[in-house]
Write a protein that binds this ligand. Structure first.
Ligand code: UD1
Ligand code: MG
Length: 435
C-alpha cells in the first residue's frame, strides 16, 4: 500500500437532527472522548497522512475536537447540508490533487478500526473502482441496504427509498467507501438528489459506476467496527461495545475485574497489570493506576494518580489532582481532591481532603474535614509525616500541622500546629454529679 497515494475524507458536517441535541452528534462522547476524536485517533494510529475533514454544524468546535497529535487535517466547510455526496464534494480541492485511493469515512462511525480500510484499499489495488464496506446485522433499521444480484453489488438503497422486500435485507452499508481516486470526481459529480430525502446520496455512486461498466465490489466488516450513531439509543450501544472492547484488552493485559460489566472506563484510563477492580467502579478522564492497587466496590475516580499497593474504597470519590502514593489508603465515604496522600498515609473513613498534602504514614481520623474554601478563595492544608488527626476534626485552611503532631478528636484547628506537638481545640468536658 505504501506506493499508492491515499486521501481519507471524514464527513462530520451533518445536522444530527435525530440526536435531538444542541450540539453536533460527532461531539457526543464515547468513553469521555468526542466521537469525532475516536475517528481521527484511529486514522493517526494507522498512519494516515492526508486527511480531509468536512465540517458544517458547529464547525469550530468539531475542528478542535478532531485535532489529535500525529494527524494533520485539512478542513473544508459544507455550508448547506445536502447529503453525504455533497459533503464529499466539499473536499473537491483535495480530491482534485489526484490520489490513487480516496477513502470516505464518517464522524458518526466512531469504533472503526484500520482493518476495513486496508481490505478496501487492497481491492482498489487489485483493480476494482468502487469498494463498499458492508456488514451483516440483525438490526438493519436505519442503514442503507446492499442490493446484490448473483453475488454482485448493484446498488445501495437507503431505508426510506427501499421496498418492503429490500428492507428485509440484513447486509448493510457501513458508509465507509473506497473509490479509485482517478475516477472519483467524475463519478461524484454525476450524483443527483432524486430520492425520498432530496439529498445527494454518496451511495448512488454504486449504480453510476456500474452503469459505466466499472468494477464495484463490497468487502465485509464486523458490525462492532462500523456501527453508526444517529440517536442516543445507538450512542449507548456504541458506548457498551467500546467499554466491552477496552475491558477485555485490560483484562488480557493483566487487570483483574470481578464484575467487568459494572466497570466503566474512560478513553485514557491506564490500569497496570495486577490492579484489581471490585464491582461498580467508574473512571472519569485522566486516571492512572499502578500495579497491585486494589479499587474496592463503588468508587468514582477521575483525574487521579493511584500508586502501587494502594487501597481505595469501597465508596471512595477521588477527584482531579488526587495523588495517592505507594501503600496509602483512602477508605469508605472519603473524598479527595487536589491532594497528595504520601506513602503509607491513611484516610480511612468519612473524610474530605481537598487542596492538601498528607505526610507519609499520617493517620487521618474518621470525619476529618479540610475546610479549604472561605467562600471566595481556596486554601491549602499541610499535614506532616506521621501526624495523627483525631476524629471529627475541622482543619481550617490555610493551616499546617507539623510532623509527628497530634490533633485531639473534635478539634477545630485554625492556627498552625508545630512539629511534635499536641493540639486541643475543643471545649473542655464538664461532668457534674446528678445530685
Ligand atoms: C449513511 C448512509 C447509509 C449508511 C449509514 C451508515 C448515505 C446516503 N447513507 O446514512 O447508507 O448505512 O450512513 O451509518 O450515505 N454528513 C455530512 N453532510 C451532510 C450529510 C451527512 O457531513 O450533508 C455526515 C454526517 O455528519 C455523518 C455522516 O455524514 O457523520 C453520515 O450522515 P448521516 O445523516 O448520519 O447518514 P445516515 O442516515 O446514517
Ligand atoms: Mg449516520
Amino acid at each position: 500500500m505504501e506506493n499508492r497515494s491515499c486521501l481519507t475524507i471524514v464527513l462530520a458536517a451533518g445536522d444530527s437532527t435525530r440526536m435531538k441535541s444542541s450540539k453536533s452528534k460527532v461531539l457526543h462522547k464515547i468513553a469521555g472522548l468526542p466521537m469525532i476524536a475516536h475517528v481521527t485517533r484511529t486514522l493517526a494510529d494507522v498512519g494516515v497522512k492526508d486527511a480531509a475533514l468536512v465540517l458544517g454544524r458547529d464547525a469550530d468546535t468539531v475542528r478542535e475536537a478532531a485535532a489529535v497529535p500525529g494527524l494533520s487535517l485539512e478542513t473544508f466547510l459544507q455550508s448547506e447540508r445536502l447529503g453525504t455526496a455533497h459533503a464529499v464534494m466539499a473536499a473537491r480541492a483535495a480530491i482534485e490533487r489526484g490520489y490513487d485511493d480516496v477513502l470516505v469515512t464518517y464522524g458518526d462511525v466512531p469504533l472503526v478500526t484500520g482493518a476495513p480500510f486496508l481490505a478496501a484499499r487492497e481491492m482498489l489495488a487489485a483493480g476494482h473502482d468502487v469498494v463498499v464496506i458492508g456488514f451483516e446485522t440483525d438490526k438493519p433499521t436505519g442503514y442503507g441496504r446492499l442490493i446484490e444480484t448473483d453475488g454482485q453489488l448493484v446498488a445501495i438503497r437507503e431505508e426510506r427509498d427501499a421496498s418492503e422486500e429490500e428492507r428485509r435485507i440484513t447486509r448493510c452499508n457501513s458508509g465507509l467507501l473506497a473509490i479509485n481516486g482517478r475516477l472519483a470526481l467524475e463519478l461524484l459529480e454525476r450524483i443527483g438528489n432524486d430520492n425520498a430525502k432530496g439529498e445527494y446520496y454518496l451511495t448512488d455512486i454504486v449504480e453510476i459506476a456500474r452503469a459505466d461498466g466499472r468494477s464495484v465490489v463490497s468487502v465485509q466488516a464486523d458490525e462492532s467496527e462500523v456501527i453508526g450513531c444517529n440517536n442516543r439509543a445507538e450512542l449507548a450501544v456504541i458506548e457498551r461495545i467500546w467499554q466491552q472492547r477496552r475491558r477485555h484488552e485490560l483484562m488480557v493485559s493483566g487487570v483483574s475485574m470481578m464484575a467487568p460489566e459494572t466497570v466503566f472506563l474512560s478513553h485514557d484510563t491506564e490500569l497496570a497489570p495486577d490492579v484489581t477492580l471490585e464491582p461498580n467502579v467508574f473512571f472519569g478522564p485522566g486516571v492512572t493506576v499502578e500495579a497491585g492497587a486494589v479499587i474496592h466496590a463503588y468508587c468514582h475516580i477521575e483525574g487521579a494518580r493511584i500508586a502501587a499497593g494502594t487501597s481505595v474504597g469501597p465508596f471512595a470519590r477521588l477527584r482531579p489532582g488526587a495523588h495517592l502514593h505507594a501503600g496509602s489508603k483512602v477508605g469508605n465515604f472519603c473524598e479527595v481532591k487536589n491532594a497528595e496522600i504520601a506513602e503509607g498515609a491513611k484516610v480511612n473513613h468519612l473524610s474530605y481532603i481537598g487542596d492538601a498534602s498528607v505526610g507519609a504514614a499520617a493517620n487521618i481520623g474518621a470525619g476529618t474535614i479540610t475546610c479549604n474554601y472561605d467562600g471566595v478563595n481556596k486554601h491549602r492544608t499541610e499535614i506532616g509525616a506521621r501526624a495523627f488527626i483525631g476524629s471529627n476534626s475541622a482543619l481550617v485552611a490555610p493551616v499546617k500541622i507539623g510532623d509527628n503532631s497530634l490533633v485531639a478528636a473534635g478539634s477545630t484547628i485554625t492556627r498552625n500546629v508545630p512539629a511534635d506537638a499536641l493540639a486541643f481545640a475543643r471545649s473542655r468536658q464538664t461532668v457534674k454529679e446528678r445530685k
